[in-house]
Write a protein that binds this ligand. Structure first.
Ligand code: 5AD
Ligand code: SF4
Length: 505
């Protein structure tokens, strides 16, 4: 049996893609393992959003070179956003890579590649174990050497008994010479939509977690982005927006609920610019349809853009609360209008605050989280303080703060940046520290309340981790039977990251 391991970096869209691929491979008869060293097929799903994520990837990849030498039949592949735009560099820098497929357009090609690849791995693995010191073991293990191997040994004879013998033979004969351009190798044209079907169908099949954990469903409803925020690489790695048919999304949710999912997260780079390609229905309509699916489960979505936040979205959320959770990720990025304009965010801080007002009015007690970038090129101290002023006014439950990172192809990368990293780091720390104080105050307002939570899993420290409708963490004592259950907890204590509760029901 072919074993596989997937390492995932980045956003929930990547998590959903990796889970889909895992289910797909399981359907093909492979087994998922938790250590790369035990896998015959290793895939790394990459994130390009910040330079740091990319650097982490490079050091991570280096460690697989000895593994490929030891076991030359294994295949190591890079997928996702870095693969979209650094394909050549990846092939050139890492000899031990077998394949590189970018996010989105190349994913369907990846799937058809995997069907063949796992059979080839099985055969090469068998060959290797029959004769570990033979040609396959003796070389440096590149797929690029396979052609030579085929020429030397009568492999087609060996393959004769295999039902997929021809496909295997073809692969071995076509083995990629190092000079072949990856683009050429990946020029098949299978529609993006087919990929979604594959991934979503695959996702339904199995939720075979060993340790008990609540079942969650992550469903990509759209991909890509047309917003072109000046700092962001996503439109270049994931391409322009594509929404998937609403009827397929609905049937995917229904199947996941039938399989025991207790929480459905609708995912898209720009989730609220969703538009059904068949009926032109917009995101609020999709949410409504999902909420009307019978069953006790929570619905979340990530990430919306403030520009596309409309009254009807909050109306639907209010109508179906708490099934549609009153939790909003509302990315501010900056509180300075000059910086927002340079970022191409299409709203002012006043407009942002106005929409926060709508949320507070229509969804009282809603949890609001945000993303903030500090140190955008040319950001002055006064402009940073404008961001802090919005933070003080909104009092977000959670902030994901980032130091600006220059990304290739983006407009912002052309703007002169005279702010030193040490200053940017100071701003980040200032924001973080203040946010912890705000979170402590926000959380302490829950002391003495009874809150409905979904129990997620047992933590190493022994307590159960559960989450409120607003996605806030509550630790509680109880048995494993509670995992996956909605229960009520009485909040006794709170801190910046966790609240402590006692089980009421
Ligand atoms: N530098 C820093 N942060 C970035 N983000 C996106 N691009 C960059 C960049 N170049 C942040 C934004 C976005 C989140 C997912 O990542 O805040 O909302
Ligand atoms: Fe990037 Fe902006 Fe699109 Fe979000 S909306 S993915 S930050 S370009």
């Amino acid at each position: 049996m072919v074993t596989f391991f997937i390492k995932t970096y980045g956003c929930l869209a990547n998590v959903a893609d990796s889970e889909g691929l895992a289910r797909y491979l399981i359907d093909l008869g492979c087994a998922q393992v938790s250590q790369a060293s035990e896998a015959d097929l290793i895939m790394v799903n990459t994130c390009a959003i910040r330079d740091k994520a990319e650097s982490k990837l490079y050091s991570y990849l280096g460690q697989f070179a000895p593994l490929k030498k030891q076991k030359p039949y294994i295949k190591i592949g890079i997928i996702g956003c870095v693969a979209s735009y650094r394909k050549k560099e990846l092939y050139q820098s890492f000899d031990h890579l077998s394949f590189v497929y970018g996010a989105r357009d190349e994913m369907p090609v990846l799937q058809s590649y995997l069907v063949d690849a796992i059979e080839k791995i099985a055969v090469l693995k068998q060959l290797f174990f029959q004769d570990p010191d033979g040609d396959l073991g003796g070389k440096n293990g590149q797929d690029r050497d396979v052609k030579e191997l085929v020429a030397k040994r009568n492999i087609s004879k060996f393959l004769g008994g295999s039902p997929r013998g021809n496909a295997l033979e073809e692969f071995l004969m076509e083995a990629v010479p190092s000079s072949t351009s990856p683009e050429k190798e990946q020029s098949l044209n299978i529609s993006e939509y087919n990929l979604k079907k594959h991934i979503q169908d695959g996702m339904k099949k199995a939720q075979n977690n060993a340790s008990p954990e609540v079942k969650r469903s992550y469903i990509n409803i759209m991909t890509g982005c047309n917003k072109y925020c000046s700092y962001c690489i996503v439109p270049f790695t994931r391409g322009r927006e594509i929404s998937y048919p609403m009827k397929d999304i609905i049937s995917a949710v229904i199947k996941d609920i039938e399989m025991g999912s207790r929480e459905v997260t609708l995912i898209g780079q720009n989730v609220n610019s969703y538009i059904d390609p068949e009926t032109e229905a917009r995101f609020p309509e999709l949410l409504k349809q999902v909420a009307q699916i019978p069953g006790e489960f929570w619905i979340r979505f990530i990430s919306p853009h403030p520009q596309d936040m409309t009254h009807d979205l909050f109306d639907v959320m209010a109508q179906y609360r708490p099934k549609i959770t009153a939790a909003l990720h509302f990315p501010l990025q900056s509180g300075s209008n000059r910086i927002l304009q340079l970022m191409n965010r299409n709203y002012t801080s006043q407009e942002f605050l106005e929409k926060i007002g709508w949320i507070r009015e229509k969804l009282p007690g809603a949890a609001i989280s945000t993303d903030i970038i500090v140190g955008f090129p040319g950001e002055t101290e006064a402009e940073f303080l404008e961001t802090m002023a919005v933070v003080e006014q909104v009092r977000f439950d959670l902030i994901y703060p980032f130091i600006y990172s220059s990304r290739p192809n983006t407009k912002a990368s052309l703007i002169a940046d005279n702010c030193l990293l040490v200053e940017k780091t100071r701003r980040l720390e200032f924001l973080r520290k203040r946010q912890i104080e705000i979170a402590v105050q926000c959380n302490s307002a829950h002391i003495g309340k009874n809150l409905k939570v979904l129990v997620e899993k047992r933590l190493a420290r022994g307590k159960l981790l559960s989450r409120t409708e607003g996605n806030l963490r509550v630790l509680v004592d109880g048995s494993d039977d509670l995992i996956g259950q909605f229960v009520t907890v009485h909040i006794k204590e709170t801190g910046p990251a966790n609240m402590i509760g006692i089980l009421v029901s």
